[in-house]
Every structure is written in C-alpha cells, then in structure tokens.
Write a protein that binds this ligand. Structure first.
Ligand SMILES: [Cu+2]
Length: 418
C-alpha cells in the first residue's frame, strides 16, 4: 500500500463514518439502538351488570322515522319479545384500584357503546389490567395479539399445567393481568402504524361474549405514539364492532325474558341441532306472535341498531383510521362506507370483508362532507339494523372562501343517502 493509497482509504473511511453518524443522527440507525424501556400502562377494568338499550334514540335514524313494524321485532317489547333493553355484562373502566369511580369516556370515544374500554400500548410497553369481577359468574380477560404467561391468558383449558382453574376470576375477586407488548404484537411490514386486537372473557366464552364482555386493544409501532397514545400519523380514530349478539346465548336470557316479556311462560328456550339456544313461541298456534326466534339476534354496531350509534365524526382532510372488528357468533359482515373510500391492506375499497372475531384497519382521508351511511351489506343484517351514520364536517374556511353558499353546505351536511 502506498502512502497515497493509505490516505485515500483513511479519507474514505472517515467519510463513511461521518455519513453513518449523520444517518444515525437523523434516526436511520438500526431500530435496536433507538430502543428505550417501554412504559407500563395500567388500566382498572371491572365487569359490571349494566342495563343496555340497543336503540336509546327510540327512532330509526336511518329513515328518520319512529320504530315501526319493520323494526319492532327487534326493538319493541311484547308478550313474547324482550325488545331493545336487556341486562348485560360489560367491561367498564374505573379511575383506580378502589373501583368506586367510573372513568369518564371522552366524547371522541362515545361511539364505543357497549364495548369495553380501549386499551392501548406502543411496542415495547407492558399492559397491566387490574380486573375486578362484579358479576355473579366467573369471568376473565383474554387478550389477542399481546404476549402473556399462562397466568395472564384468561382462558382455562387442559394444558397440563395444573393451574387451569386459577384463570377464572371468581365473582367479587380481583386479578391483575400482565401483558408485555413485543414486536410481534405490533404492526408488521406493510401494516399501518397501528394494529387492532381485542380482549374478551374466555371462561364460558360463548355466553360471556354474548353478554357483552368484549373490548378493543390498539398497539402502535415503536416510536409512533403521541403523548395521548394515538398514532402520530393519524388525526382521528374510530372503532366499530360488527357485533351480532345472540341474547338467547346470554347468561341473562331467562332473567331478561322474565323482566321484559309480558308472557314469558309463553316462550320456551330450545336448542337447535347445533345446540344453539333459540326462543320459540310455546303458546297456542295462530296468536300471530312468532316469539323471539331470530329476533333475539341483535345485529348491532357497538351495541346499537338502526342508526343509533352516536359519535362517528370527522373532518374533511383528516387522516382517519377505522378499526373494525366482529364478535364471536356465526358472523360474516361486509362493512360498507358510503360517500368516501378507504384503504385496507394497500387496496382501495369501500366494502370490507369481516369474519367472526376478525380485526382490520381501514384508513380514510374523507374528501366528501356530509352525513353518510355506514352499514353491513349482508341482507339479513341490514334488515336487522346493522347500520349507522357517520358525519364528515367541512373544513373551517375563511369567510368568502368556502365552497358553496352556507345554505347549500347545510343541506349537503344533512343529506342522507339511502
Ligand atoms: Cu353483517
């Protein structure tokens, strides 16, 4: 090696080092070098008995009319119908371990309806849930996606550990779940900056999910959370569960029949060949009342039917992230957004495909202000009320720069699409 060659090589090495340092300073260093210890995010969640109304507005907000004949099978109580109000078991968030004060749900999350509290984490964090069971039956929290040891799985089954029975939280008892959030719980290559998971009770899983014990969990990529936990590249998040709830499967079915039916003795619970419970009319033929039958199936969005789901709001131009999920019955849904489009797994669409316990992320940048329909396209679900309205507010415009006259804009905002 000549002295000149050595000088060139030293110069090149220095240049590469400087380049590396520059790249590292700009955040281009390998992820491992940027890692910091994550936070522990603690939530206080109880399972409570709650009286739930599937249609609190009392009207079909899609048609703008009071509930009529078409809706009454699901919404009106009667001799052999429960109606729209049921006792349920729901997860609710409290302020601390005393479980004396419910944590108020912010307005932007009022649309969560009967879903449990939103649990959040960034990759590298640990979620801790202090769970109190205020029900008369054992329950648990079983999470999807995040990591857990057997004691925090919330699902007893014969796995040879001999500790299965410890995973049911007895009535009145409290248990703390610990769920680390590793890379594999966060977005994968090609995902958006956050992913949706869910949690639900998993002791007598079918009965408990139909009782309402299910909630959402969002994991954001490492370094991608704002201080409030939302993803940095998103302005508005919405979570909608296409929740086909079978009230005949609920642990409260007998109690709801006794409380809300005029003639509960005229209805009996039978099991179909697949052991699915059904309410059928036990009275004399020709009474004109078919009993509950399929009407104990509530085709809900977050526990609301016929447009009663509140709070799906956003503004034109916002980066809106919809998290859409389904619950645990024989569910096949086709969520359809009117008025705007979404991107799901890099594909532009306005209809998604969602199966039982499915979870998907759909990004929307709405360009079309107004009140728009968001519904399931599966015909029996559409008929049964699996419909909501979402509102896209026009951007604030400087006076004189708005598009259209105020009256026209108002009319546009109130327009409903069939
Ligand atoms: Cu559906």
């Amino acid at each position: 090696m000549t002295r000149r060659t050595a000088c060139v090589l030293i110069g090149l090495a220095a240049g590469v080092s400087a380049l590396w340092l520059t790249v590292a300073a700009q955040g281009g260093a390998p992820a491992a070098q940027n890692r910091t210890a994550g936070k522990t995010r603690t939530y206080y969640v109880a399972a409570d008995e709650v009286t739930w109304d599937y249609g609190p507005g009392g009207t079909n907000r899609i048609t703008g009319q009071p509930f009529g004949k078409a809706e009454s099978e699901w919404m009106a109580s009667g001799p052999h119908r429960v109606g729209k109000v049921y006792k349920k078991a729901l997860y609710r968030e409290y302020t601390d371990a005393t479980f004396t004060r419910l944590k108020p749900r912010p307005k932007e999350w009022e649309h969560l309806g009967f879903l449990g509290p939103l649990l959040r984490a960034e990759v590298g964090d640990t979620i801790q849930v202090v769970f109190k069971n205020n029900l008369k039956f054992a329950a648990s929290l079983h999470p999807h996606g995040v990591s857990y040891l057997k004691e925090s799985e919330g699902a007893p089954y014969h796995d040879g550990s001999g500790e299965e029975s410890k995973r049911a939280v007895a009535p009145g008892a409290t248990f703390t779940y610990t769920w680390p959030v590793p890379e594999r719980a966060g977005p994968s290559h090609g995902d958006m900056s956050s992913v949706l998971w869910m949690y639900h009770s998993h002791i007598n899983e079918i009965a408990e999910v139909n009782a309402g014990l299910v909630g959402p969990l969002i994991v954001t990529a490492r370094g991608m959370s704002k201080a409030d936990g939302t993803p940095k590249d998103v302005d508005r998040e919405l979570i909608v569960a296409f929740a086909e709830i079978s009230e005949a499967e609920s642990p409260y079915v007998q109690e709801n029949m006794q409380t809300y039916m005029g003639d509960p003795n005229g209805v009996k619970l039978i099991r179909d060949p697949f052991s699915v419970p059904l309410m059928v009319n036990d009275g004399p033929a020709g009474t004109g009342d078919l009993g509950q039958g399929d009407y104990s199936l509530k085709e809900s969005l977050n526990g609301f039917l016929f447009g009663n789901l509140p709070g799906l709001t956003m503004k034109v131009g916002e980066r809106v992230r919809w998290y859409v999920m389904a619950t645990s019955n024989f569910e096949l849904h086709a969520p359809h957004w009117h008025g705007n489009t979404v991107v799901i797994q890099h594909m532009r669409t306005d209809v998604a495909t969602l199966l039982t316990m499915g979870m998907l992320v759909a990004d929307m940048v709405p360009d079309n202000p107004g009140v728009w329909l968001f519904h399931c396209h599966v015909a029996p679900h559409l008929r049964g009320g699996m419909q909501a309205l979402y509102t896209v507010e026009a951007k604030q415009q400087a006076s004189g720069q708005g598009r259209g006259k105020p009256a026209a804009k108002k009319a546009e905002a109130s327009r409903r699409t069939p």
